[in-house]
Design a protein. Structure first.
Length: 296
């Protein structure tokens, strides 16, 4: 029991560290948790042995799985049913293309240069959880107190175990030994996303830079990407080297397109909003009153 308490303290400490880093660096908490898990496994494994973090412990896998399921449920439950009904054509078309284009494109790249597809696997619990969340968005999603409590429980306790565990299973030596796999997957994911999503955004009336901004933001897929990779590793569809390349590509697809979008394609109304917010946060001092002049 002492060993379990010590491991729990270590995992919670890593979760706290990841949160502090995300605040300090202004990045997504999930991204910092994956990076912290990768670095922690690398350092602790080299100094004290890989068994110290023990990412395959049953209680860690349980909390990790619960976090992934509740996270995807919340993602579905927080949809706005009224907006979705009004924009279901645009949302459905962009969402379908955003999934299908990189799925088939990256699958083809993995199958013919990398050989990552070995067998057809069963479904994953997070997919029906997301669908259930969408169905309940009009009822459960309107209970803001319940959603707030679920978000606090999920992001404060459950998802750190999932994302840190996902990062701890990444093999840095495998990435260093074969960086080409990471680069090929990253380029394939970004290229297929842009080729699929951008024309659809133009069909529904979006103009540059809004169309490209939307396309680049749709290139991210941190949650489902890591869930899919972890599922493949757990079911022996892929090995650790392939898993490492996939997770690295997922992280890259969450960072690189976002940086490009904000630097080159930020829509004007968002740019004006950021300018106004910065001006409100740092108000300029009022000009000094002119000196009084005595009238003769």
């Amino acid at each position: 029991m002492t060993e379990i308490w010590a491991q729990a303290a270590l995992w919670l400490g890593l979760a706290l560290l990841a949160t502090l880093l995300s605040i300090r660096l202004r990045i997504a908490t999930a991204l910092s948790e994956i990076v912290v898990g990768t670095i922690a496994q690398l350092i602790l494994g080299a100094l004290l042995g890989g068994a110290l973090l023990d990412a395959n412990a049953s209680w860690v896998k349980f909390l990790s799985g619960a976090g992934a399921i509740v996270l995807t449920f919340l993602a579905g439950a927080e949809l706005d049913p009224a907006v979705f009904r009004a924009k279901w054509r645009e949302a459905g078309a962009i969402g379908l293309v955003s999934f299908a284009a990189p799925f088939f494109g990256c699958a083809a790249v993995a199958y013919w240069g990398l050989g990552a597809l070995a067998a057809w696997a069963e479904s994953e619990a997070v997919l029906p959880a997301y669908m259930i969340g969408m169905v309940l968005a009009g009822t459960v999603g309107k209970d803001h107190a319940l959603i707030r409590r679920l978000r606090t429980l999920t992001f404060g306790l459950l998802t750190p175990f999932y994302f840190i565990r996902a990062g701890s299973l990444v093999s840095v030596p495998a990435l260093v030994a074969a960086p080409a796999a990471f680069l090929v997957l990253l380029l394939a994911k970004m290229a297929t996303k842009i080729a699929g999503v951008y024309p659809v955004t133009r069909v529904y009336g979006s103009r540059n830079p809004e169309a490209m901004y939307t396309t680049l933001l749709m290139s991210t897929g941190l949650t489902f990407g890591t869930i899919s990779a972890l599922f493949g590793l757990s079911h022996q569809v892929i090995d650790q080297a392939q898993y490492s390349a996939l997770v690295a590509a997922v992280i890259g697809s969450a960072v690189v397109p976002t940086l490009i979008a904000n630097a080159l394609f930020l829509p004007r109304h968002l740019l004006r909003q950021d300018t106004h917010e910065a001006r409100d946060a740092n108000p300029q001092p009022a000009p000094a009153a002119p000196p009084a002049v005595n009238q003769p």
